[in-house]
Design a protein. Structure first.
Length: 436
């Protein structure tokens, strides 16, 4: 970046004038962005550290270049590797989509067979994982168990530390995608005091998960095909969402070159929060609290007065209807035909109707997000509310791995280390305790 007074019009550059010094700097623009480090040459005197940007919560900072997921939040568009989410949800299985996210292309028939075989032969967990699970209190939150046992996996696969070895990374894909449903189901079985059910590798990915959750004494558990399909679609819808809080945790923690199990545990921990993957759980609790349609106006009034949020509404990126919410709304009808209608659906529909007409929500572009309706389906499928974020995590595992793998192979990436604006005390001397 050089200082110049007269930039030529039409160049792919940005002129910045520092009014403190009167100097103008020309900064190159690439992909509609400027490099934050280019600003460091903007100084008042040579001893200056140089200009930085201040962007808490990354409101307008791209932390990476990515080819995985595209979102146009204003238009309500979501694509994985160029494919619209609506088409993927209609025409593919979750394992095809997981392959797409990680490798960049949809698998051919043989590739899918091999991929499915690799995943299903890595669904079992070491027997000692059960002992880790058994150490939890009976009412431990399943997400806490999931996060902890994910981290524990790192001790079983120490060679995964070789993150620059493509074969080790490959094994990690199989193991983490294969074992996520097993850990999730084991957490549930522990919480209800039921024996753990081992994976059944003849079943589909979603079907096997349902079997590990619900099988009791049947010699062969046969999942309901509508439930199995609905769950598979929900896994697809949750598979990736570009640089969200948990993907950012996966990349940020992974950038220290820690093993992928520890990084995935960090990502799952980020997902646990009520503003992220914990929102579907919060939606159901909110609907239960509202109780009846008559209570909705009072509830909306409270939200508008800042006494809580309408959970399942609003998104950092979507300023339009979340396309995933639209797919889930349709899916709900299919599920409710089998399970019977979830009575909370009427409250949710009425809430949505009122909120979409209310100036507070309209002005702030707050629309239903993926979590607004997913919980209703999960509940109809008999998943306990505290399992909802765990279900989100199973689907999101492939996205975390795709983001992690892309980050490792990106020559621009280094250990993530933000700057700060220091506003604390200047240097001062310690006064001895006796004199304070
Ligand atoms: N209910 C009421 N008001 C809201 C809501 C909501 N759900 N979401 C945002 N607002 C208001 C907020 O109070 C603020 O108003 P004002 O400008 O008067 O201060 C304005 O809208 C902007 O909100 P923000 O908090 O600055 O927006 P954000 O981009 O930081 O937050 C969000 C995004 C998803 C955290 C937020 O919309 C929210 O808390 N939603 C509820 C939780 C939820 O459903 N989360 C799931 C997200 S989708 C799944 C996932 O990606 O994990």
């Amino acid at each position: 970046m050089a200082a110049t007074a007269e930039p030529a019009k039409g160049q792919n550059t940005l002129s910045i004038t520092d009014n403190r010094t009167g100097k103008t700097y020309i900064v190159p623009i690439e992909h509609d962005t400027i490099k934050a480090t280019d600003l460091r040459q903007i100084k008042v005197n040579p001893e200056d550290f140089g200009m930085m940007t201040y962007d808490p919560a990354f409101m307008n900072t791209a932390s990476c270049k990515s080819k995985i997921t595209f979102i146009d939040g204003d238009k309500g568009i979501l694509r994985y590797r160029g494919y619209p989410i609506e088409q993927l949800a209609e025409k593919c299985t979750y394992l095809e989509v997981a392959y797409l996210l990680i490798y960049g292309e949809l698998p051919g028939k043989q590739q899918l067979e091999e991929w499915t075989n690799h995943i299903t032969t890595h669904t079992f967990v070491h027997e000692n994982i059960k002992k880790v699970m058994d150490g939890f209190h009976y009412d431990a939150h399943p997400m806490g168990m999931f996060v902890s046992t994910l981290a524990a996996l790192s001790t079983f696969y120490p060679s995964a530390k070789k993150i620059n070895d493509p074969l080790e990374r490959e094994m990690t894909f199989y193991r983490l995608i294969g074992k996520a449903p097993t850990l999730a189901a084991f957490a549930y079985r522990h919480s209800v005091g039921m024996p753990y059910v081992h994976p059944d590798n003849e079943l589909s990915y979603a079907g096997d998960f349902l079997a590990m959750m619900y099988r009791v004494a049947e010699p062969k558990y046969r999942p309901n095909p509508i439930m199995e399909h609905a769950l598979d679609v929900l896994f697809i819808l949750h598979a990736d969402h570009e640089q969200n809080c948990s993907a950012n945790a996966m990349r940020g923690v992974g950038s220290s070159q820690v093993d992928p199990y520890s990084a995935a545990a960090a990502a799952a921990a980020a997902l646990y929060g009520p503003l992220h993957g914990g929102a579907n759980e919060a939606v159901l609790r909110m609907l239960a609290e509202i109780g009846t349609k008559e209570n909705i106006p009072g509830f909306i009034k409270d939200v508008k007065e800042g006494k809580g949020r309408l959970m399942g509404f609003g998104h950092r990126v979507y300023k339009n209807y979340d396309p995933r919410a639209a797919i889930i709304k349709k899916l709900a009808d299919q599920v409710f035909e089998v399970t019977g209608r979830n009575p909370k659906l009427d409250i949710a529909l009425e809430l949505e109707k009122i909120a979409l007409q209310d100036e507070y929500f309209v002005k702030r572009k707050l629309y239903p997000n993926v979590d607004f309706y997913s919980g209703l389906i999960y509940q109809a499928m008999k998943f306990p509310v505290d399992m909802f974020p765990v279900l989100f995590a199973i689907g999101r595992m492939s996205g975390w791995l795709a983001q992690w793998s892309e980050m490792l192979q990106d020559p621009d990436q280094k250990i993530a280390r933000p700057r700060q604006v220091f506003l604390g005390n200047e240097k001062r001397d310690v006064v001895m305790l006796s004199q304070r």
